[in-house]
Design a protein around this ligand. Structure first.
Ligand SMILES: [Zn+2]
Length: 769
């Protein structure tokens, strides 16, 4: 009998119970006992679901109140000194590391003011993990027994589980050195860390754990040889210990083949590989296994919402069985199901046809078990027949196939993705149109989403106010935003985006080809969950999306108003993409829809149009090489398809956040002006990289995540520093990002100071001439 296995289950609860409980705890409305109780209930529900679905290998220790990597930092005592001096309770220490803590002194406790640890993206997913932060004073030891406790908790329910641990090599490699120990290389701490892992493994074995899943996801990255050696060392060390559980090393989100040297000959019970993302690795991985090692084959996608194609998955599993024998193969999810919504049964508004093509975490449990039964020779004919029908139904659906879109996408040429003239010539035509001063000032697009705006939008969506009433309300917001920007003295204005709830949802809702869920939440970080729209079929634009508001704003002022759009790559990355069409073609379809919007805006008299691509960096394939080069090419081209229809004198802007982007790749977009999040970078080297960037740039001058108001002097100093290595004639002045999460008072004050600083430099440079 071939076993079935799940690598991890969503921890947020089907109704977002975890979010409600943690936020209530943070605001003092729930006690720690109440919070812990909710965690326990979610774990129990998840385990029982998996048991009922017939999953053979059920994970434990996959639950976390914030992030599983942070759990490991706490467990192994990787706690920077700045968090330990306040005598915080364990849970408060944990949340302080996760999100920072500011608390006034009371009779019983000290004043606390500590910032959060760094949080970064988990590989190429939208999940974020808290980076382990090591210093020379880090002393590894076990501070608790969460994996043991949670294993016993499941056992008390009569459910045997396999604890999941982040592996020692990935834990160190994904971490960083703390400020006080910058020359420390975390991987150099391996020798000190391993005995603590062993202590934990022995404790697990002592309570009856037979097998552990040790995640080493870095196996899909480009790794230096030194790290290969670290794998060999760590797992050899484990194999020399007595009384520890057997170990299955898990990787996901790519192929391990370039790192076979790291895992070849490792004395472990077996490996898990992701055969959804990299089916081609099967032969090479199977070839290095010893004749007792098992292979867990990930064929049910842990990253998307589509129903599994049983026929396709079965073929892959059968190929593995042909090589290794049925007793050495396990059918598994490709990764943890953390990245999928919890339960499709909670969706009441999708049509039967659409619903029939989806599978969320709970449904994926059944997929894993049914495939395992099939390859074990059990009769699952009815399930396979129904699945084949669903898959065929989707392929032929009229909701998916739009001939006109397919024809237009197939006809894309390089010319379509190229502006009529190069930047230098365009600039000559733009100068007399805009007559902008030196150091032109602008914002990134959104203004504060006040409570009034949210409440009114809600009323409109519920039908409590009419479309006309809502339009009047939005117009009033636009009028105020334009007035405020004129008073401040900004040069290029925006309509303020009062009508937009979210930069992806707003457009997705107006495009054909998208579907939306009511409860399809996925954890992004901590208590922040995202309900991404789903690209269901060919995408097209039935009618203009932003024209009315933008044209209305322009009618109120003689200054240019920027049209604001979300770019094709970001629309793709922040949605669930299709699995039946390559990402490039999906991006191209969206880019054509945006191209029509850009043309409509231009025809209506809008002279500046910004197409944002904040997700450009995160779409980057994990490994250097052909796939990454290819991505850069099609991503930049998709952007240019959407922006190249305009005349030379129309100015195209773009914007990026958290972008460690190579200037060469930004250059490939050929935008006239780009703005980049920069205020926290403050890095002379990074500015220098842009020295040869030919077009114009605004490096973000203040952090929009903080209500702090920088003074005029601070802006002057900041601009001065950038000017040391960056030419004045290419210099735009703007904040880091949109201001929708801010309040008006600090927004007005910060922008006023920013504009004053720009004026200071204008005068200074006028004197020079
Ligand atoms: Zn941004």
């Amino acid at each position: 009998m071939v076993s079935s296995s799940v690598l991890g289950f969503p921890r947020i609860g089907a109704k977002r119970e975890l979010k409600k409980a943690t936020e209530a705890y943070w605001s003092g409305k729930k006690s720690v006992e109440e919070l812990l109780k909710v965690g326990k209930e979610i774990r129990e529900t998840n385990w029982k679901l998996q048991k009922e679905a017939g999953v053979d290998i059920i994970p434990s220790n996959d639950f976390s109140f914030y992030d599983q990597v942070l759990d490991a930092s706490l467990l192994f005592n990787v706690i920077p000194d700045r968090y330990t001096k306040y005598d915080l309770s364990e849970i408060d220490l944990y949340f302080a590391m996760a999100r920072g803590l500011q608390r006034q002194a009371t009779e019983t406790s000290k004043k606390v003011d500590v910032t959060a640890l760094e949080m970064v993206k988990w590989f190429d997913s939208n999940y974020h993990y808290v980076r382990p932060t090591f210093s020379k004073s880090t002393e590894f030891k076990l501070t608790g027994a969460k994996p043991v406790d949670q294993y016993l908790e499941a056992k008390a329910l009569g459910i045997e589980t396999r604890p999941v641990l982040i592996g020692p090599v990935s834990f160190l490699y994904l971490g960083k050195a703390d400020k006080d120990s910058l020359d420390l290389e975390p991987i150099s701490l391996l020798d000190k860390l391993l005995p603590v892992y062993v202590e934990l493994l022995k404790k697990l074995a002592a309570v009856g754990v037979k097998s552990v899943q040790i995640d080493e996801p870095i196996l899909v990255l480009d790794l230096p040889e030194k790290i290969h050696g670290a794998f060999q060392k760590a797992y050899k060390y484990f194999s020399e210990q007595k009384d520890i559980p057997e170990i299955v090393v898990a990787s996901y989100f790519g192929t391990v083949v370039p790192n076979l040297a790291a895992i070849k000959g490792l004395p472990v019970a077996g490996f898990h590989v992701d055969l959804v993302r990299a089916p081609e690795q099967l032969n090479d991985v199977a070839a290095i296994l010893s004749d007792k090692q098992v292979l867990s084959v990930g064929v049910v996608n842990g990253r998307n919402i589509w129903k599994n194609d049983f026929a396709k998955s079965t073929k892959i599993v059968e190929a593995a069985i042909a090589k290794l024998g049925a007793d050495r193969v396990i059918v598994a999810t490709s990764s943890s199901l953390l990245h999928t919504p919890v339960d499709l049964d909670n969706e009441s508004k999708l049509t039967e046809e659409v619903k029939d093509s989806f599978s969320f975490a709970k449904q994926k449990l059944y997929e894993v078990t049914v495939i395992a039964k099939k390859v074990s020779g059990k009769d699952v004919a009815a399930a396979y027949e129904a699945n084949a029908k669903s898959i065929a139904g989707r392929a032929n659906s009229t909701k998916i196939n739009n001939q006109a879109v397919q024809k237009r996408t197939a006809a894309i040429t390089n010319k379509l993705a190229t502006r009529a003239a190069p930047f230098t010539e365009r600039l000559k035509e733009q100068i007399p149109v805009f007559k902008l001063p030196l150091f032109p000032t602008t914002t990134i697009g959104s203004f504060p989403q006040t409570k009034e705006i949210r409440v009114t939008r809600n009323k409109f969506q519920k039908g409590a106010i009419s479309a006309q009433q809502y339009e009047d309300f939005i117009n009033k917001q636009i009028e105020e935003a334009i007035k405020i920007q004129e008073d401040i003295g900004l040069d290029v204005l925006v309509e303020g985006e009062a009508s937009r709830s979210d930069m992806v949802f707003f457009f997705a809702e107006q495009l054909d080809g998208y579907q939306f869920t009511e409860n399809g939440w996925v954890q992004s970080y901590g208590s922040r969950y995202v309900r991404a729209p789903i690209i269901y079929g060919d995408v097209s634009r039935p009618k203009p999306m932003t024209l009315r508001e933008t044209v209305y704003a322009q009618s109120l002022t003689t200054k240019p108003v920027k049209g604001m759009l979300t770019g094709p790559v970001t629309m793709l990355r922040w949605s669930f993409p299709r699995d039946d069409l390559d990402q490039k073609t999906q991006a191209n379809q969206i880019s054509l829809a945006l191209r029509d919007e850009v043309s409509d805006l231009e025809a209506a008299g809008i002279k500046v149009i910004q197409v944002d691509e904040p997700a450009l960096r995160e779409g980057l394939p994990l490994r250097a090489g052909a796939e990454r080069d290819d991505y850069y090419e099609w991503a930049a081209k998709a952007f240019r398809i959407s922006t190249s229809s305009v005349a030379n004198k129309t100015q195209i802007h773009s914007h990026f956040c958290y972008s460690d982007l190579d200037p060469n790749h930004i250059k490939a977009l050929d935008a006239d002006v780009v703005s980049i999040e920069f205020s926290k970078k403050d890095d002379a080297n990074y500015i220098a990289e842009f020295k040869n960037y030919p077009n114009h740039i605004g490096l973000g001058l203040f952090d929009i995540h903080s209500p702090r108001i920088p003074s005029t002097e601070e802006f002057i100093e900041k601009i001065g520093k950038i000017l040391e290595s960056y030419p004045a004639e290419k210099f735009w002045v703007n904040p880091d990002c949109g201001l929708k999460t801010r309040g008006w008072p600090e927004t007005i004050a910060s922008l006023t100071h920013m504009v004053e600083a720009a004026k200071y430099y204008r005068e200074k440079y006028a004197e020079k001439k």
